[in-house]
Ligand binder design. Structure first.
Ligand SMILES: Nc1ncnc2c1ncn2[C@@H]1O[C@H](COP(=O)(O)OP(=O)(O)O)[C@@H](O)[C@H]1O
Ligand SMILES: O=C(OP(=O)(O)O)[C@H](O)COP(=O)(O)O
Length: 398
């Protein structure tokens, strides 16, 4: 791959301690991994290094811990899930630095694999703090980044380590960049983007540039509510970041200036509780009750989105249109996914979708294999699409 050092140029790893950044931020339901795609995608890098005699030390984050260690966000169960996917033992150390980490690493034999606890249990990780970088780096001889889906974060484990250790792109990092370049490097127009999901504050800003790259931006899921509220539509108790209304308004102005259509829900499926099979009703978007939450976009919105898909030559999609983990609030996401998959199979659409939950949603709809390309990345993929340099990718350039 041009400009990057990859596993093809890493040389002998026999007996070396290789710190491998992976994205194990996988969807979990009732304590079980509900979609293992991200683990499956990093498996080739892990097994290749292990087969070549490296001590494979996995670094990953899980969720967004607010105040240090949080048992609910421990990676320990994910070590077991990783072991099941790759079919070999994966040890676990209860901290990513300090004695727990160094003792676990000292006990490793060549070819062993150990996962260190959630890097975000240390606030210094997200600050890319040099002292923390030195502590993490002390456990490795080489660094491999296989977490394209976290490459938009300039954190110690995604960026800092590459500054202080010989650094290489893993197989998935390499494959993601090559596939995105191939599918979207010069996209056929019209390009339609669907952005939904729940990570409003971390994805809203990038829409400001995205509207200059696409012909239509369909906004669904939790993301839509902030836009609806910004234009004065009452969204009741829906997930909504009211303090970002001004940014949402600015994005709508930028879109108008760029000639990008903004497509917002015209109806919604509303419930009073965030749980499966909660009593629900479909209402016009102007009629959301004060005590109701929009948990899915409604059928009229789905029809409008599918019309846009019919007009598109290229579709990019991150973020489910509703709370797809909870029936029946998966209906819009499933219907739209099936529609895009059918157009792709018919040779009428290039469809690229990504994101931990988006991939889970496409698998739930049974159509992930019918998309042109499914990335493990959501935010990173959109930032790549936006034309931004990703810190975790840039630092790997030779
Ligand atoms: N209307 C909604 N209200 C609350 N949560 C929603 C809504 N629509 C989607 N979601 C949630 O968004 C989450 C996925 O968002 P996000 O993390 O941004 O996607 P991805 O992981 O694909 O990038 C899912 O857990 C889903 O339940
Ligand atoms: O799940 C992720 O991103 P995504 O939800 O955009 O797909 C990545 O693991 C990054 O997580 P973060 O958005 O908490 O930094």
């Amino acid at each position: 791959m041009a400009g990057f050092k990859t596993l093809d140029t890493i040389g002998s790893v026999q007996g070396k301690r290789v710190l491998v950044r992976v994205d194990l931020n996988v969807p979990v339901a009732d304590g079980k991994v509900s979609d293992a795609t991200r683990i499956e995608r990093v498996a080739p890098t892990i097994t290749e290094l292990s087969d070549k005699g490296a001590k494979v030390i996995l670094l990953a984050h899980f969720g967004r811990p607010k105040d240090g260690p949080d048992p609910k966000l421990s990676l320990e169960p994910i070590a077991k899930a990783t072991s099941e996917v790759i079919g070999r033992p994966v040890g676990f150390a209860a901290d990513c630095i300090g004695e727990k980490a160094s003792a676990a690493i000292a006990a490793m034999k060549d070819g062993d694999i150990v996962l260190l606890e959630n890097t975000r249990f240390h606030k210094a990780e997200e600050k890319n703090d040099p002292a923390f970088t030195r502590e993490l780096a002390a456990n490795g001889d080489l660094y491999v980044n296989d977490a394209f889906s976290a490459a938009h974060r300039a954190h110690t484990s995604t960026e800092g380590l590459a500054q202080v250790l010989p650094a290489f792109a893993g197989r998935t990092m390499q494959a993601e960049l090559e596939a995105l370049e191939k599918g979207l490097g010069n996209p056929a127009k019209p390009v339609v983007a669907i952005v939904g999901g729940a990570k409003i504050s971390s994805k809203l800003d990038l829409l400001m540039n995205l509207v200059r790259k696409v012909d239509a931006l369909v906004i669904g899921g939790g993301m839509a509510n902030t836009f609806l509220a910004a234009r004065g539509t009452k969204v009741g108790k829906s997930l909504c970041e009211h303090d970002l209304a001004q940014t949402a308004r600015q994005i709508m102005i930028e879109a108008a200036d760029a000639g990008c259509a903004i497509v917002l829900p015209v109806d919604g499926v509303v419930a009073k509780e965030f749980k499966a099979n909660a009593d629900n009703q479909t209402v016009a978007i102007e009629a959301v009750p004060e005590d109701g939450m929009i948990l899915d976009v409604g059928p009229k919105t789905v029809a409008a989105i599918n019309d846009w898909i019919d007009r598109a030559a290229t579709l990019v999609w991150n973020g489910p249109l509703g709370a797809f983990e909870l029936a029946p609030f998966d209906a819009a996401t499933v219907s739209t996914a099936k529609h895009a998959a059918a157009r792709t199979k018919a040779g009428k659409l290039v469809s690229v979708a990504g994101g931990g939950d988006t991939v889970a949603a496409l698998n739930h709809a049974g159509v992930a294999d019918d998309f042109t390309y499914v990335s493990t990345a959501g935010g990173a993929f959109l930032e790549w699409m936006e034309g931004k340099d990703l810190p975790g990718v840039e630092v790997l350039k030779a």
